[in-house]
Write a protein that binds this ligand. Structure first.
Ligand code: ZN
Length: 524
């Protein structure tokens, strides 16, 4: 196996293969097969997400995979621009379709026309929905399992509200839910309000959720958007208020994807393999029988009994009773990152104990067989806490305050003064190659000067190299020109997670531009 410190990229691919998380040999590049163990991890994450969104009264929906081209007939010109990243269905059987169908790259154009039918009165609000589906994007850059793929396992919530304030409360709720999910996966993250030129086009604002990877780059794991009425106007999602007046809803979205699996591999894994947080581990405990010739049956029976006790107590347990040496079983389960290994042999039985080994620290010890349930619970809780604390310490150590442009550390997340003006921001990004991730969603105390122009500032900005440079330089420039015109106020249409069709309006409502912009930072 490659070493994590030496070559993160090779190490990452090694782990995916050796832990059997996905198989990239499927004959479509970037469409990988979720093999059983990887899918078990994803399902654990999905079911926790479901639990949290159900508990906050979101309703799960499931929209069709295909979206008719007519949905965007009025933006026919734009479709040309999507061709490079969207999959089309053009035939049914032998017949060519009259109306081509888009394979969902994200679900706005599927959902919002329906929302406009579903929402009638203020009593229908808030409308809180979510779905967990696969989305498709013809990714032309180099693919990487879980991080950059063409078929993306994707969670997305979409909500409608009576007012901007109500939608703002939804953002706060999303942030609370995110905290629980991240804790479960032991992933630290930053919540940064994206720059004007990097926000989801049309969003009032975008909060990016980033974690930091061992190669010093940040990985966007998800994002939360407040849309105000920027989408409800073009999609005509209105409600009748108590006075019989028709108003546009305010909307939010929250999206995360299989990148969470990529993040957990990168953040927690080590040179022995994966380390899976107990909260989402398909198997929290693996039991290895230590057999000798004369007491095979006795030990085997004790291991089955031990498994049953732990399963009945609610743990996810694997009893590895394969006819193989314990040492080779240890190796297998270390690669798969099972948080806790229990070993039981004749000597342990005599002493009334079970031996254990922690995957995260390698620590070994034994638990009194009579206290095995509380003992295991304590160990798993401690493993979770240690994994989170360790990851959090590392993330904190990667953030570095800088007040000079000399010798910027390339493998750190920079924290620095930025006056917020686009000119300074673009100049910084273009000259130094870092991407500005944004400013803290939760205000941080800061006193400093804009690193470019020297103006005093009281809040910091963050910048880093990212795992996926979201768009090419030329595309970036087209966004910049676009948003820097002061009389343009919004976005009229949206299409894909990676490319969005945008029409800006002037304040008087007259469309002044229609163009495509490439945007890779939507949800995933
Ligand atoms: Zn400045």
């Amino acid at each position: 196996m490659s070493m994590k410190e030496d070559n993160f990229s090779d190490w990452y691919l090694d782990i995916v293969e050796k832990a059997n998380l996905s198989d990239k040999r499927y004959p479509i590049k970037g469409m990988n097969v979720w093999t059983p163990y990887g899918w078990k991890i994803m399902r654990q994450i999905d079911s926790f997400i479901r639990e949290e969104f159900d508990a906050t009264e979101h309703d799960e929906v499931c929209f069709p995979l295909l979206i008719p081209e007519t949905e965007f007939a009025k933006e026919k010109d734009h479709i040309k621009g999507f061709d490079s990243e969207v999959y089309w269905v053009t035939h049914a059987g032998l017949d060519e379709l009259d109306v081509r169908l888009v394979v969902r790259p994200t679900s706005e154009t599927a959902m919002y026309p329906m929302f406009s039918l579903w929402v009638r009165s203020h009593q229908d609000l808030p409308l809180k929905t979510y779905q967990i589906v696969n989305t498709f994007r013809y990714e032309t850059k180099q693919t990487r399992p879980f991080i950059r793929v063409r078929e993306i396992h994707f969670f997305e919530s979409h909500t409608c509200h009576v007012s901007e304030e109500d939608a703002q409360k939804q953002v706060e709720e999303d942030i609370e839910i995110l905290a629980k999910i991240a804790k479960k996966i032991c992933l630290p993250y930053t919540l940064l309000v994206r720059t004007e030129w990097d926000k989801f086009p049309g969003a009032h604002y975008t909060v990016g959720i980033d974690t930091s990877m061992p190669n010093g780059r940040t990985l966007q794991m998800g994002s939360i958007h407040h849309y105000r009425t920027n989408f409800s106007i073009p999609y005509n999602i209105t409600y009748e208020d108590e006075n019989g007046e028709h108003k546009y809803v305010h909307q939010t979205t929250f999206g995360m994807s299989e990148r969470l699996v990529g993040a957990l591999i990168g953040v927690h894994g080590d040179d022995k393999g994966l380390v899976v947080p107990p909260g989402i581990a398909p198997f929290q405990i693996v039991i290895i029988p230590i057999l000798s010739k004369k007491n095979t049956e006795e030990v085997s029976a004790a291991c089955v009994a031990l498994r049953d006790v732990l399963v009945n107590a609610g743990f996810r347990v694997k009893l590895d009773d394969r006819n193989d040496r314990p040492g080779s079983k240890y190796y297998d389960w270390e690669i798969k990152g099972v948080p806790l290994r229990l070993e039981l042999g004749a000597r342990d039985m005599e002493n009334g104990v079970v031996a254990f080994a922690r995957r995260d620290t390698g620590d070994k010890g034994s638990i009194d067989i009579n206290d095995v349930v509380p003992g295991v619970r304590m160990l798993l809780d401690d493993i979770s806490e240690c994994m989170y604390n360790k990851a959090n310490e590392i993330q904190k150590s990667r953030i570095q305050d800088v007040d000079s442009l000399e010798d910027l550390p390339q493998d750190k997340i920079l924290r620095f003064g930025w006056c917020g003006c686009e000119e300074c921001g673009h100049k910084f990004e273009d000259t130094y190659g870092f991407k500005i991730l944004g400013t803290p969603y939760h205000p941080e105390k800061f006193e400093g000067k804009c690193i470019m122009c020297g103006k005093p500032v009281d809040r910091p900005a963050y910048a880093a190299h990212t795992m996926s440079a979201p768009y090419s330089e030329a595309q970036t420039r087209s966004i910049r020109r676009f948003t820097s015109s002061t009389d343009q106020i919004g976005m009229m249409d949206i299409f894909s997670g990676s490319i969005r069709s945008v029409m800006f309006c002037r304040c008087d409502g007259i469309a002044v531009h229609q163009m495509h912009i490439f945007y890779g930072h939507g949800f995933a």
